[in-house]
Design a protein around this ligand. Structure first.
Ligand code: MSP
Length: 531
């Protein structure tokens, strides 16, 4: 069986409910998954939840629940949010599932047998929030208190000489540097690659991979009382969900789905994914992921948006105002993927009105109305010779643009340049609007001798709409589906031959055309309230 095109998101901590930041990674992965499916790939798109560790155990205790009860209460909130955002993940892994626990233990047994693990005592500064130990030199002092260099929270000193198991990460410094050298695309964007390389060049210490101070984790199969360090447990989700450590059948699935084409992660967790994870895979002799793409942070008034900074807006709040498609479009196209970006209600309304209400939505409503009015609700029929003659006489600017879109759009999509890919589609949508102005079909309709010209103009506009709906579908599946239905076409989200569909002139003459309700009704900032 052919190899899958696999895409993953990080698995999210269950200490918070989903917010715009976590939805960002998931919508990005979904947009790519939808595009690749439309482009004919056998996609496996994985997301899930990170349910172990001290932080989760503490959240559960605070809420008067057992850790498992707590996880079970949060998991449906994530699943519902992904439904609300039309996320098409193929699997949803929870690290408390038996398939995951079994896979983690199989991994440890393998590394233990290969001699990559050893036991030693450990003390040091520990951050519960980041679930990470820091050395004296890494620690940040704030008002005389030792704080976490990542999240700036106070650290705890674990000096009980806790016995931990260690992974011989230091042995992988040279192999990793060689790997980055030979695979220049592994870490993306390039700024992140430089960051990773200089970190590894600075030297790697062995990594403590077990804890004994709490028990909410996957037990090490060879040492009772030790549970797996939550970050290692979490990274292994990528392979356990695909079938690693399972039955013969599951292992076959694993071999088909692994390695991934893309791990999507936020820039804060790049070291785990670009240093520790590949070293673990090397130790186990497993293939490397193709690419790890680190996106930036969404900032509101300059701050990372997260629950703990208190500025978290829920995706559902925004969907109520903008609709699902516009939500997805805004987040995926306004901030170039890979950069940090400020988001605001003002900007969201501006993009919504400019790109969607005034351009794409307006185009659909004008063109469908005219097809109904002038052609009795049918895609106009023009004889091929006549069409060629009119092209000579009047030119065909929409076709000229449309014929270049697939190549650049798909190249950009494959490189997760969502902003660039959307701009290719917008070119066609803006030009189609100005084409209507220029050709003034309402004047052509007044003159019977211009019937062919009218048919020509309306056909070209409708055909452009077909293509725009097709290309917008990975971000805006609902409205693209509506536009397709109005053109008498099938379900655009089920297209698997994007390149064939991108050929100009595929819209069948005579297809029924119906008016559709405004795809994106105009919005006024002053009318919006999130309460
Ligand atoms: N559980 C770990 C990941 C383990 S993956 C093997 C984790 N979880 S998280 O829930 O804290 O964050 C998950 C992802 O959400 C990270 O990639 C993080 O960058 C992203 N975001 C959280 N807030 C964000 C923004 N405000 N903006 C963009 N993405 C951010 O880390």
């Amino acid at each position: 069986m052919a190899q899958s095109y696999s895409i993953t998101t990080p698995i999210y901590y269950v200490n918070a409910i989903p917010h715009l930041g976590t939805a960002y990674t998931t919508v990005a992965a979904d947009s790519l998954a939808r595009f690749e499916r439309m482009d004919g790939k056998d996609v496996f798109f994985l997301t899930g939840l990170d349910e172990h560790g001290q932080k989760v155990a503490e959240s559960a205790a605070k809420n008067g629940m057992t850790p498992q009860e707590w996880c079970d209460s949060i998991a449906p909130k994530f699943q519902q949010t992904w439904k609300d955002l039309l996320i098409t993940n193929d699997d949803f892994i929870r690290t408390t599932e038996p398939r995951h626990m079994r896979g983690v233990q199989a991994f440890w047994t393998d590394l233990y047998n290969k001699g990559y693990l050893y036991k030693a005592s450990y003390s040091g500064w520990y951050c519960i929030h980041e679930e990470t130990y820091y050395t004296e030199s890494e620690v940040e002092e704030i008002d005389g208190e030792k704080c976490c260099p990542e999240c700036h929270r106070p650290l705890r000193f674990n000096d009980d000489g806790e016995e931990n198991w260690f992974f011989k990460l230091s042995e992988f410094q040279e192999p990793l540097l060689k790997f980055y050298e030979e695979h220049p695309d592994f870490v993306q964007p390039n700024t992140r690659r430089n960051e990773v390389i200089s970190f590894v060049k600075g030297g790697l210490k062995d990594l403590s991979i077990s804890r004994t101070t709490f028990d909410w984790g996957v037990p090490l199969p060879f040492d009772e009382g030790h549970v797996t360090y939550v970050w290692i447990d979490a990274l292994l989700n990528y392979i356990t969900a695909m079938g690693y450590g399972g039955s013969e059948e599951e292992v076959k699935n694993f071999e088909r789905r692994w390695p991934v084409q893309y791990h999507f992660v936020g820039k804060d967790i790049i070291r785990f994914h670009c240093v520790i994870w590949p070293a673990m895979l090397m130790a186990a002799g497993l293939p490397m992921p193709e690419k790890v793409f680190a996106h930036g942070f969404l900032l509101t008034k300059g701050q990372k948006m997260s629950k703990s900074t208190g500025n978290a807006v829920s995706p559902q709040d925004l969907i109520k105002v903008f609709g699902i498609d516009a939500y997805r479009y805004y987040f995926m196209t306004d901030v170039p993927f890979g950069n940090d970006g400020s988001i605001s209600m003002e900007r969201m309304v501006q993009v919504y009105n400019a790109d969607l209400a005034n351009t794409w939505g307006n185009l659909c409503s004008r063109a469908f109305n005219m097809a109904v009015k002038y052609f009795d609700g049918k895609v106009p029929q023009i004889d091929a010779d006549k069409y060629a003659q009119l092209e000579q006489e009047l030119g065909n600017p929409l076709r000229e643009i449309a014929e270049g879109v697939y190549a650049s759009y798909s190249e950009k999509f494959n490189n997760v340049d969502f902003t660039g890919a959307a701009a290719e589609v917008s070119k066609l949508s803006s030009r189609a609007n100005s084409y209507i102005e220029e050709m003034a079909p309402w004047n052509l309709a007044k003159d019977e001798s211009k019937a062919d010209e009218l048919a020509y103009v309306i056909y070209n506009t409708l055909e452009s709409i077909r293509l725009i709906a097709l290309y917008y579908a990975p971000w805006m599946p609902q409205t693209s589906k509506t536009a397709y239905e109005s053109l008498g076409l099938g379900d655009v989200t089920e297209v698997t031959t994007l390149e064939d569909e991108s050929v100009w002139g595929k819209l069948p003459a005579g297809n029924p055309v119906t008016k559709c309700p405004a795809l994106f009704p105009r919005l006024q900032l002053d009318d919006i309230s999130l309460d």
